[in-house]
Design a protein around this ligand. Structure first.
Ligand SMILES: NC(=O)c1ccc[n+]([C@@H]2O[C@H](COP(=O)([O-])OP(=O)(O)OC[C@H]3O[C@@H](n4cnc5c(N)ncnc54)[C@H](OP(=O)(O)O)[C@@H]3O)[C@@H](O)[C@H]2O)c1
Length: 286
């Protein structure tokens, strides 16, 4: 039987718009590694059996990314979690160990922090407002709450108030969430004193999406960060730029979480030149 190519990939639903194959296949090519990164669209009832197959010694799969809606759902099917994934209770990276044990990691939180560091935004003592309480907010809030140099405050707004309360209550079982205040309604958004506004909602993905933030609220002394990267300029970022605020989209987060995933799979840091090629590949397709 011909030997199957070393395989990596992303599981989720949908996955067809993912830019991860572009980034990781660029890295394999640049490193002259004979491996491929593929899309694995899965229905919910297929996740367990897919991961069971990955455990088999005959499987060519040595690493996976996990995206919506399975970042929490994969956890019962893994053997162990990294300390950060254990805190967040969300996994976006699976390492297949040589003994075929599956280890869950979360590189979204560290990817977000790495992008902010690149933007030279120091989080210590800052007043932060987060919009949204889904999977991305879970990883970002975990990263913020675990920072040794703590922000001053985090105000969390979500369309569904109960979901935001539930998220913070859950995180609070495993970390100090004392700096997080769950606000009652996104309609009463207060960002007057905010240094950093982070949109983690999916509002802005579609061309006819509204902007959740009234433009008069945005001021020039803040960084407005939108985790969405396609479109590169969401209505929120467009307004923020018009108001003179600094802005960033989520392409940097996508890049850094991908680099960190790759490093978990290979067990080695990536060379700066390879990282540059990965980033360029994203910029070409984003
Ligand atoms: N840059 C990156 O690398 C990266 C990584 C991950 C995700 N993302 C992006 O992040 C976004 C969120 O992903 P996710 O995994 O966190 O999704 P999710 O778990 O489904 O959460 C979606 C969030 O958006 C809110 N929302 C949805 N429609 C809304 C509306 N019409 N008005 C107000 N709020 C609304 C939801 O509020 P409710 O709780 O009320 O439903 C929830 O808070 C997506 O656009 C995704 O593409 C980017």
């Amino acid at each position: 039987m011909p030997e199957q190519k070393l395989t990596y990939g992303i599981i989720g639903n949908p996955v067809k718009h993912s830019l991860s194959p572009v980034m990781h296949n660029t890295a394999f090519k640049a490193l002259a590694v004979d491996a491929v990164y593929q899309l694995f669209p899965l229905e919910e009832d297929e996740v367990e059996s897919f991961l069971k197959d990955v455990r088999k010694t005959s499987s060519p799969i040595f690493g996976l990314n996990v995206t919506v809606p399975y970042k929490e759902k994969v956890i019962p099917f893994l053997d162990a979690l990294s300390p950060f994934a254990q805190k967040a209770m969300a996994v976006n990276t699976i390492v297949v160990e040589p003994d075929r044990h599956l280890i869950g990691h979360n590189t979204d939180g560290a990817g977000f922090l790495a992008h902010l560091a690149e933007l030279q935004f120091d989080l210590k003592g800052k007043r932060i407002v987060v919009l949204g309480a889904g999977g991305t907010a879970r990883s970002i809030l975990t990263a913020l709450c675990l920072l040794p140099q703590r922000p001053e405050s985090i105000h969390l707004y979500n369309r569904t108030h109960q979901k935001a309360k539930g998220l913070v209550a859950d995180l609070g079982k495993r970390m100090d969430v004392g700096m997080v205040a769950v606000e009652a309604s996104i309609d009463d958004l207060n960002i007057e004193l905010a240094d950093l506004l982070i949109n983690t909602t999916s509002v802005g993905l579609h061309s006819d999406d509204p902007c959740l933030v009234d433009d008069s609220l945005i001021h020039a002394d803040m960084l407005v960060y939108d985790v969405i990267y396609r479109p590169a300029l969401t209505p929120l970022l467009e307004l923020a730029q018009a108001r003179g605020a600094k802005t960033a989209n989520g392409l940097g987060l996508l890049f850094y979480q991908g680099v960190l995933s790759f490093q978990h799979w290979s067990g080695m840091p990536l060379d700066a030149k390879i990282k540059q090629k990965m980033r360029r590949s994203l910029l070409t397709y984003a």
